[in-house]
Design a protein around this ligand. Structure first.
Ligand SMILES: Cc1ncc(COP(=O)(O)O)c(C=O)c1O
Length: 299
C-alpha cells in the first residue's frame, strides 16, 4: 500500500488562499503557521461521481478543530464548498478523487509560536488528487507501535490537527517491522486506532470499536456504526485490549482515504481465517451503497 506517483496528477491545479495555482507554484510562505508549528487543521474528503460523501460532516469537524484551536476567523462552510467546486472544475475532476482540505492559522509577521504573531486570517488549501482508495483490500498486516495516542488532557484527538509526528513515528515502526500500518494504544493500554485509521473487530457476530477517547471522531467510523444500527447488526463502542484484537474473528480498519479494509494479521498472529471475513464484506458492501447513493453534488 505504498502509494506511487500518478501521472494524472502531474498538472494539478491547487487552491491556496483562494488562488488557483499550478502544482509547481502551489506553495505556502516560510512564515506560514503550518511551517512554523504544524498549526493547522485538515480533512480528507472523497469524491464519488461528482458528489463528496459526508461533506457537511467533514466541514463541521474542520470547524470544531478550528474553534478548539482558537482561530481568529473560520471560513463559512458554504465558502469552502465554493472553493472546492472551483478547484474540481479547474481540474475537470468528477470521480476517484481524494481532497485534502487544510486550514492553516495563516502567515505570521515573524517566526515564532505565539498566535498573536498571526495578524492575517487563516489560509485555506484545497488539494484535489486523482487517488483510488489506498488500502490493500485483501488483508492488511498490522504491528503494535511503541508510541501511544494522546488522551484529551495531553492533546485532544477531537482536534484534527496537522501535528502528525506521532503518527509518522508509528508509521516508521510499521515500515521497519514489514507491516502495513501500526496499531496505537492509549495511555491506559487499550487500543486507540492505527496511525491513520480507526479499528473495528468482529467477535461472535458483534462489531466493536474503541470509544473516541484517544482517536478522532471518525466519519467513516460513525457511518459504519450507523450502518450496523440500520441493519440490526449487534455493535458496541467500548475499551478493547490488544488481546481482544489478536483473538477476534475479523478485524477491519476505516477511513475516508481507504474506506473499509480488512486486517488479517496483527503482531504476527493470523486474525480469524486469515481471509477477508463475511462481516467485513457485508459492511464494505453496505458502505459502497452509501457512497454510490449519498453525498453532496459538487462537480
Ligand atoms: C488519525 C486518524 N485516524 C482515523 C482517521 C479516519 O477518519 P475518517 O473516517 O473521518 O476519515 C483519520 C482521518 O483523517 C485520521 O487522521
Amino acid at each position: 500500500m505504498l502509494q506511487t506517483f500518478n501521472e494524472k496528477n502531474r498538472d494539478l491545479i491547487v487552491s491556496v488562499g483562494g488562488a488557483l495555482l499550478p502544482r509547481a507554484e502551489a506553495k505556502v510562505s516560510v512564515f506560514d503557521s503550518l511551517v512554523q508549528g504544524g498549526d493547522g487543521c485538515w480533512e480528507g474528503l472523497r469524491l464519488y461521481q461528482g458528489r463528496i460523501f459526508k461533506l457537511r460532516e467533514h466541514l463541521e469537524r474542520l470547524r470544531h478543530s478550528a474553534l478548539a484551536m482558537g482561530f481568529a476567523e473560520i471560513p463559512s462552510a458554504d465558502s469552502i464548498v465554493q472553493e472546492i467546486k472551483r478547484t474540481l472544475a479547474a481540474n475537470g475532476m468528477t470521480d476517484g478523487v481524494h481532497i485534502r482540505l487544510t486550514l492553516s492559522r495563516g502567515e505570521k509577521i515573524t517566526s515564532g509560536m505565539d498566535p498573536r504573531l498571526n495578524q492575517a486570517g487563516p489560509l485555506l488549501i484545497v488539494l484535489a488528487e486523482h487517488k483510488a482508495p489506498v488500502y490493500e483490500k485483501k488483508g492488511l498486516r498490522l504491528a503494535t507501535s511503541s508510541f501511544r495516542r494522546f488522551p484529551p488532557d495531553c492533546l485532544d484527538p477531537k482536534i484534527h490537527h496537522n501535528n502528525l509526528l506521532q503518527s509518522i513515528l508509528a508509521k516508521l515502526e510499521a515500515n521497519a517491522a514489514g507491516a502495513d500500518d501500526s496499531i496505537m494504544l492509549d495511555l491506559r493500554g487499550f487500543v486507540a486506532e492505527t496511525n491513520a485509521t480507526h479499528l473495528f473487530r468482529v467477535a461472535d457476530g458483534v462489531v466493536e470499536t474503541p470509544r473516541t477517547v484517544a482517536c478522532p471522531e471518525g466519519i467513516t467510523r460513525a457511518t459504519v456504526l450507523e450502518l450496523c444500527r440500520r441493519n440490526d447488526i449487534p455493535h458496541a463502542e467500548r475499551d478493547l485490549s490488544l488481546a481482544e484484537f489478536h483473538r477476534a474473528d475479523e478485524v477491519f480498519c476505516t477511513g475516508t482515504m481507504g474506506e473499509l479494509a480488512s486486517v488479517t494479521s496483527i503482531d504476527g498472529r493470523t486474525i480469524g481465517s486469515g481471509e477477508v471475513g463475511p462481516m467485513t464484506q457485508r459492511l464494505s458492501g453496505l458502505y459502497g451503497e452509501e457512497t454510490r447513493s449519498g453525498g453532496e453534488q459538487v462537480a
